[in-house]
Ligand binder design. Structure first.
Ligand code: UQ1
Length: 437
């Protein structure tokens, strides 16, 4: 940083050119809207904005080369899809009219309307959209990183390389305990930790290994699912499939050299050790440090503190959050982002044009609960945990049609409509079905 500033001041054009080629000069940028994060939320809202804004008025700050469609990771873990199916290059998905700065955010300063990149560039904005998502905290469980990196019987569908590994873990399973976990923290796609359990059960069945397998789902939550209609259906699924569920049971340590996992009963605080033949571990998660360390921006839990109806910051009217890093108390899924995007977009547009918008987000989220090969319960609900089902059929049943929708239809919709700013969630489908189309 010091070197950069000195070079900048030296005024030697040759030196400057030389170092700017190596991307080592402190740069300043100005934009109307700065979107931090090129994941689902960032990309979708940038696509909407660039439909009417001028080229380069929107900047997307994102260091990654690849954009992953994360809802496929569970299917990768079950060998139904491959990791290659789950990503495209960042360049190909970011809207061409946005300026992409391929760097990570280092510091937010909402009082001066700036974000500084990790290497010192300063970006000044009129409006900021925080869309950083959640950071996976595998390191918070002692022994887990080692287990995932060095042992062939531990998987985790939350990262592409470990999702791929999860299928290998299943293929190598002989017999004994297969344990699946859900951490003690907010989680993106809270259905995924149990979806991989159901899919794995089917994989083991198809391999002829189910008889020798004892399957357990240990969840930190006090319920199997937050919405009663779907929780009732899921209890039937686990009963039928002989999957043992332990509520309020949190993974606290892995001892991979002994094939042991330590759990805490969150009610009694007692700890117990379980031996495993295979373990599927979901990491604790939190917004990234760069967000949580900006105290003006976040609530006590470290999430960007926004109004849950319009996703506008409670203190800074020119700051918005979308997706997993937002404090809005919805279930954190891709479908939730689809419903949030038009609201965030409308309120940004209103802010920039001195107008008002009454568009509000009702907390819609959906979770296609894949319960095995060819079966899926499509849960849809709002902030009040009231079901908001799209289709005129009882969606609390395991349906092949919903499985096909999840596996084949949703990825096409995601890449072609949602990331281009043209999918606002299924309310349009609901309206059309009601009108009898
Ligand atoms: C949805 O809108 C969405 O976002 C693109 C998903 O994420 C992949 C989903 O899984 C689902 C189910 C929806 C909702 C869409 C319909 C047609 C019910």
């Amino acid at each position: 940083m010091l070197r950069k500033v000195l070079l900048h001041k030296s005024g030697c054009p040759q030196l400057k050119r030389c170092f700017s080629v190596s991307n080592n000069l402190l740069e300043k940028h100005n934009c109307k809207v700065l979107v931090v994060g090129g994941g689902t939320g960032g990309c979708t809202v940038a696509a909407k904005l660039t439909k009417w804004m001028k080229k380069d008025e929107v900047i997307v700050l994102e260091p990654a080369d690849k954009h992953y469609y994360q809802p496929l990771f569970t299917l990768c873990g079950g060998g139904i899809k491959t990791v290659q199916d789950s990503y495209k290059s960042m360049q190909s998905v970011l809207p061409p009219k946005a300026k992409w700065i391929k760097k990570a955010a280092g510091k937010f300063d909402p009082d001066s309307n700036t974000v500084t990149t990790v290497d010192g560039d300063i970006i000044t904005y009129d409006v900021l959209v925080v869309a950083t998502g959640l950071q996976l905290r595998y390191e918070k469980i002692p022994g887990l990183v080692d287990a995932l990196e060095k042992f062939n019987n531990v998987g985790s569908i939350y990262l592409p390389q470990y999702a791929e590994k999860t299928f290998k873990v299943l293929q190598g399973f002989k017999d004994g305990d297969a344990i699946f976990t859900y951490p003690q923290s907010p989680v993106k796609c809270p259905g995924a930790p149990q979806k991989i359990c159901y899919i794995s059960e089917d994989v083991l069945k198809s391999m002829g290994k189910r008889g020798g397998a004892k399957i357990t789902y240990n969840t930190s939550l006090p319920v199997i699912f937050g919405v009663k209609r779907y929780a009732d259906a899921l209890w039937e699924v686990v009963k039928k499939r002989d999957i043992k569920v332990n509520l309020q049971t949190s993974l606290v340590e892995v001892k991979p050299d002994k094939n042991e996992a330590v759990f805490e009963n969150l009610e009694t605080k007692e700890r117990f050790t379980s031996g495993y033949s295979m373990l599927h571990a979901v990491p604790p998660m939190s917004p990234p440090d760069v967000v949580t360390s900006c105290k003006q921006l976040v609530n006590e839990a470290g999430f960007v503190d926004v109004n849950k109806d319009n996703l506008q910051h409670v203190k800074y009217p020119n700051v918005f959050a979308i997706g997993d890093c937002s404090s809005s108390p919805n279930s954190k899924t891709t479908a939730a982002v689809a419903a949030q995007a038009p609201v965030v977009h409308a309120h940004i547009k209103a802010f920039l044009t001195n107008d008002k918008s009454s568009l509000a987000y009702n907390g819609y989220a959906s979770c296609p609960l894949v319960t095995g090969y060819r079966k899926c319960i499509l849960a849809e609900f709002d902030y009040d945990l009231t079901p908001q089902e799209t289709f005129p059929i009882a969606q609390n049943r395991e349906l092949w049609s919903m499985y096909v929708m999840k596996k084949d239809f949703m990825p096409v919709l995601y890449w072609n409509l949602m990331l281009k700013g043209n999918w606002n969630g299924p309310q349009i489908v609901r309206k059309m079905l009601r009108l009898g189309f």
